[in-house]
Design a protein around this ligand. Sequence first.
Ligand code: F6R
Length: 254
Amino acid sequence: MKIVLARDYQHLSRLGASLVTRAIKQKPNLVLGLATGETPLGLYQELVKLYRQGNLDFSRVVTFNLDEYYGLPPDDPHSYHYYMETNFFKHVNLRRENVHLPPGRPENVVAACAAYEAAIAAAGGIDLQILGIGQNGHIGFNEPGAALNATTHLVDLAPETILANARFFSCVEEVPRRAISMGIGTIMKARRILLLASGEDKALAVAQALEGPVTTRVPASLLQLHPCVTVILDRAAAGQLNGKTNREEEPVCC
Ligand code: F6R
């Protein structure tokens, strides 16, 4: 695991974008796993900037998002379909047929989850998966106690996740209680992982994930078992690390 310390959120976003850019330049048909939430917004802005400057071409890139709220249609402003469209997809030259998100309102959940896994496999597997981390250590919407080998499935959001995500809705009651998420098994199969964390409210989860025991009680701690993870942290998110972990200045990846 490579841990990179960024000066601040903007620096973190730039470092993340440069890692993604290098991966796309090395493999123009990269299969890129995407996250939503507040953390990767700066990364998406940087990628859009690089695309507009003519430094990035997404025409052959294939994307798979981690998760979607269960029950929300794609045009709901709170859905992750809508988030991706407004924050990233419409600004770059990704081809629509290359963009994938779990459906929010599938007729048959089990079949839709199996189809999502099959689509990832048909694309050749995920080359680079971008992750954020929940305050409770979740990755995707794999909450504490999630099964290690789970693939894409319907999950119940933990009460603390519902509370944390209420900031995106007008009230906590509006936050969906369930989501369709890639499982930990899906995430761990990605060839490379880029985990981003920013802010003091992530510091405990980051310390537990990177320096604590590997346990399903902190789903992100399982990343310690993955052979190629780069973690980019701003100072606040790194605030509770014990200092023994090696840190690097630049996000090289395996
Ligand atoms: C989002 C996702 C979640 C978030 C996490 C952190 O697709 O899967 O795991 O990465 O909840 O969210 P933010 O970045 O909003 O703090």
